[in-house]
Design a protein around this ligand. Structure first.
Ligand code: GTP
Ligand code: MG
Length: 215
């Protein structure tokens, strides 16, 4: 997290991580359509081939606090394909929070597991404390046949500390809720480090509303 300096924006970096084709790019495309914050930039999609992200996508959002601080929130996606690991590591570096987008299809369970392990490994490699990192797990593609049931997913993740959200990113179901859950966790870290409420007059609900444009 960048230090707060009244003359400089605070930059919050959030990363959508997960196996190839799970729906990471689709999530931030839908956020681009659904959110109406004070500031919203164009979505940047850097290099794609047949719908596969080769480098990353970026959606910049932002707002000003009542105290006058400019807060920039940058949403990134990583390329899920296994071979792009060095890019994934670079994108993950200095992340303030992560959404792990899993593919609900039964035949993707191994890919989900390997990708989650890759996230934990890369977090360590770039110096993030994975235990403390704000994280939301999203099970996407709930519209498809032959998916893991919610009970099976509950058994897999029930003991884990992270919220699990079910989604159909293609139509927007669960997309905002996933983002909201991440922002709540990110707020707690920022408030802990920077007394955000005291100094900038925003509690967690104000913060989430401002980022999402629901103010
Ligand atoms: N049926 C269905 N298809 C989806 C859903 N979400 C995304 N897709 C489709 O899955 C394909 C891959 O989606 P992307 O968002 O490009 O996946 P990605 O995770 O960014 O993939 P990489 O960039 O290769 O890592 C696209 O054809 C999407 O339209 C969903 O909820 N249901
Ligand atoms: Mg992508």
């Amino acid at each position: 997290m960048a230090e707060i300096n009244p003359d400089k924006p605070m930059v919050i970096k959030l990363v959508y991580y997960g196996p190839a084709m799970s729906g990471k790019t689709t999530n931030i495309m839908l956020l681009h359509d659904l959110l109406e914050p004070e500031l919203i930039g164009e979505m940047m999609t850097l290099e794609t081939k047949n719908d596969r992200t080769l480098f990353f996508d970026l959606l910049p959002l932002g707002f000003k606090t009542p105290s006058g601080l400019l807060v920039k929130v940058k949403l990134f996606t990583v390329p899920g394909q296994v071979q792009h690991d060095s890019t994934r590591k670079a994108v993950l570096s200095r992340a303030d929070g992560v959404v792990f987008v899993a593919d609900s299809q039964r035949n993707q369970a191994i890919n989900n597991g390997e990708s989650f392990q890759n996230l934990a490994d890369n977090a360590g490699r770039v110096g993030l404390d994975f235990q403390k990192l704000p994280l939301v797990v999203q099970y996407n593609k709930r519209d498809l046949p032959d998916i893991l049931t919610e009970e099976e997913i509950g058994e897999r993740w029930g003991q884990a500390p992270w919220p699990v959200i079910f989604s159909v990113a293609l139509t927007g179901v669960g997309v905002k809720e996933t983002f909201r859950q991440l922002l709540l966790q990110v707020y707690r870290v920022i408030d802990g480090q920077h007394s955000f409420k005291e100094k900038h007059g925003m509690d967690e609900n104000d913060f989430v509303k401002a980022v999402m444009g629901e103010g």
